[in-house]
Design a protein around this ligand. Structure first.
Ligand code: IPD
Ligand code: CA
Ligand code: CA
Length: 256
C-alpha cells in the first residue's frame, strides 16, 4: 500500500479513539495553566500513533505534542504529531478537534494527513501532488479579505501575547467581513486550504499544530509563513499567517 494510504489508515484508527471518548472530564489534567489541558484520550491516541507510525518508515523519529522528550525533527524522516488538536473543545464536547500527522524529511513536510473524526473529513497531501479532502482535490478561495472571513487563534497558553492578538484581530476585522475562532488550528488551516476561510493568523503555534496543515495549504495553492514573513520551522513554536493567494499581500500591510 502507498505510504500516504498507510498513514491514513493509522490516523483513521486514531479517530475511532476520539469518537469512542466518554466521561472526558474525569480524565482531564491541567498542563501549564487552566487553559492548557490534556486528557487520557490525547495520551492514548499519541501512544497508538507512536507505536504504529515509525514502523511505516524505518529509521524515522516520532515528534509528538505529549512526549516528555522529543528528538530533533529537522534531521532525517520525522513524524510530527498532534494526537488531538483542539483539546479544550474535546473536553467540552464541542466536536471541533482533529488528529494531525505530518511526515517530514530533513525539516520539509512531505506527507500530511489530518482527520476531523466528527465530520469524517480527511485532509491529505503529498508534496507535488495536490491537496485533497476525502479524496477530492481542494483549492484555496480567490476571495479578497474585504469580502472574506478569516480564522484566528488566541494563543491561549501565552497571556503575554493576548494584547498583540487583539490588536491584530482588530486590524483584520476592520478589513474583512467577519472572523471565526473555532479552537483547532489544524482545522482552521485546512479550512483555508479548501476555501472555507480566506486567511488565518495566530501569535503562537507549535510544529504539531501546523506541520501537516502547512503542506495541505501550499498544495492547495495557498501560502503559510510566520507573521514576520519567514518560513515556519518544524523545530520550534512560532507565529503563523496563512492565506489564499489573493490575500498573501495583506500580511505586509499589517502592524504585527
Ligand atoms: C491548540 C488549538 C488552538 C490554538 C492553540 C493550540 P491543542 O492546540 O489548536 O486552536 O489556539 O494555540 O495550542 O493544545 O488543543 O492541541
Ligand atoms: Ca494543537
Ligand atoms: Ca493537542
Amino acid at each position: 500500500m502507498e505510504l500516504l494510504k498507510q498513514i491514513e489508515a493509522v490516523v483513521r484508527e486514531a479517530g475511532e479513539i476520539v469518537l469512542s471518548a466518554r466521561d472526558v472530564l474525569d480524565c482531564t489534567m491541567q498542563k501549564t495553566s487552566a487553559a492548557d489541558l490534556v486528557t487520557a484520550y490525547d495520551l492514548k491516541v499519541e501512544q497508538l500513533l507512536k507505536e504504529r507510525l515509525p514502523q511505516l518508515v524505518p529509521g524515522s523519529i516520532f515528534f509528538g505534542e505529549e512526549e516528555k522528550e522529543n528528538a530533533d525533527p529537522s534531521k532525517g524522516w520525522a513524524f510530527i504529531v498532534d494526537p488531538i488538536d483542539g483539546t479544550a473543545n474535546f473536553v467540552r464536547g464541542l466536536r471541533q478537534s482533529a488528529v494531525s500527522v505530518a511526515l517530514a524529511k530533513d525539516g520539509q513536510v512531505e506527507y500530511a494527513v489530518a482527520l476531523d473524526p466528527y465530520r469524517n473529513e480527511l485532509f491529505t497531501a503529498k508534496r507535488g501532488e495536490g491537496a485533497y479532502l476525502n479524496g477530492q482535490p481542494i483549492h484555496v478561495s480567490d476571495r479578497p479579505l474585504e469580502k472574506g472571513i478569516f480564522g484566528m487563534g488566541s494563543a491561549p497558553y501565552n497571556k503575554g501575547l493576548h494584547a498583540a492578538t487583539l490588536d491584530l484581530l482588530g486590524q483584520m476585522f476592520d478589513r474583512s467581513c467577519d472572523f471565526r475562532r473555532m479552537g483547532a488550528a489544524v482545522l482552521d488551516l485546512c479550512a483555508v486550504a479548501c476555501g472555507r476561510l480566506d486567511a488565518f493568523f495566530e501569535y503562537e503555534l507549535c510544529p504539531w499544530d501546523y506541520a501537516a496543515a502547512s503542506l495541505v495549504i501550499t498544495e492547495a495553492g495557498g501560502t503559510i509563513s510566520t507573521l514576520e514573513g519567514k518560513p515556519i520551522p518544524v523545530t520550534e513554536k512560532c507565529t503563523v499567517w496563512a492565506s489564499n493567494a489573493v490575500n498573501a499581500h495583506v500580511l505586509s500591510e499589517l502592524r504585527v
